[in-house]
Write a protein of this length. Structure first.
Ligand SMILES: NC(=O)c1ccc[n+]([C@@H]2O[C@H](COP(=O)([O-])OP(=O)(O)OC[C@H]3O[C@@H](n4cnc5c(N)ncnc54)[C@H](OP(=O)(O)O)[C@@H]3O)[C@@H](O)[C@H]2O)c1
Length: 265
């Protein structure tokens, strides 16, 4: 009798947008560990190809490669996903994870700030999902089937605090994550039954996005999480791998919190 425990059977290639650093890099590492090829999408970080090579070197039985692609450009995203399917084997899953924030008081936010955030967090996620659906529905890749996991945020439901009764001023970010959560449900409805679409909503995670904040803000936030700390990026990955796997064959249109209990309050 096998004592392997819970096995996530993933095959072919999974694409991770923003897979070169932060939560996305942890996704790339977890997928490589699970034995599936990984295509990392990045925008401009020069070390992304080296990140891919390093993960590849740790997992010799699979392929890991970085592709430069701005996900706010639909044509480039479709072209890149087709190239990945040719280079890396059948694309079976997507983690649409790339995201940005602009932290400013609302009265100082500009139309440019709006486009900067929504072009990545909403349009970029849509373009990535559409490029995957183009492969599956249009080109019949993987028998037209696939699983999409979108990184939303607990900020869909709450306004993060910078201090007691004091908001972290990022209304475009919060509203973009609420938008993408609803977008996910709409795509899940339109693309069922062959394509499943879900969101994972992290709480506070130690990454470049949060490490630059004042220590006082981070301490306040960490102290108010029931688990009393930020997550490490790798602690977010389990839910997404589950959603990509056959264990989630009846799960679509859902939003799954990985927030250290923050939404209890
Ligand atoms: N950190 C948190 O506490 C937290 C909490 C909840 C949700 N989230 C969400 O989790 C996701 C990852 O966050 P993170 O903290 O790991 O972020 P991060 O460390 O700041 O990394 C952002 C990633 O997105 C990529 N990216 C940005 N714009 C892009 C574009 N136009 N096209 C392609 N790639 C692009 C970046 O590529 P380059 O390296 O090339 O710039 C980078 O890989 C985001 O959606 C974020 O909103 C984070």
């Amino acid at each position: 009798m096998s004592n392997a425990g819970l096995v996530m059977k993933l095959s072919g290639c999974v694409i991770v947008t923003g897979g070169n650093r932060g939560i996305g890099k942890a996704y790339s590492q977890a997928l490589a560990k699970a034995g599936v090829n990984v295509a990392i999408i990045y925008k401009s970080s020069k070390d992304a190809p080296d990140v891919a090579k390093k993960i590849q070197a740790e997992h010799k039985n699979i392929k890991v490669k970085a592709y430069q692609c701005d996900v706010s450009d639909l044509d480039k995203t479709i072209e890149t996903f087709e190239q990945i399917d040719t280079d890396m084997g059948t694309v079976t899953g997507l983690i649409a994870n790339a995201g940005v924030s602009v932290v400013k008081p609302a009265v100082n936010l500009t139309s440019e700030d709006f486009r900067r955030v929504f072009d990545v967090n909403v349009l970029g996620v849509f373009n990535s999902a559409r490029a995957a659906a183009h492969l599956w529905k249009h080109n019949g890749v993987n028998n037209g089937r696939g699983s999409i996991v979108i990184t939303a945020s607990m900020s869909v439901q709450i306004i993060n605090q910078a201090g007691s009764n004091e908001p972290l001023t990022q209304v475009f970010y919060n509203s973009s994550k609420a938008a993408v959560c609803n977008l996910s449900k709409g795509l899940a409805a339109e693309w069922a039954p062959r394509i499943r679409v879900n969101t994972v909503s992290p709480g506070y995670v130690s990454t470049d996005q949060t490490d630059h904040m004042d220590k006082a803000i981070r301490d306040h936030q960490a102290n108010n999480v029931p688990l009393k700390r930020f997550a490490k990026p790798e602690e977010i990955t389990g839910q997404a791998l589950l959603l990509l796997s056959e264990h989630a064959s009846y799960m679509t249109g859902g939003d799954y919190l990985v927030d250290g209990g923050q939404l209890i309050w």
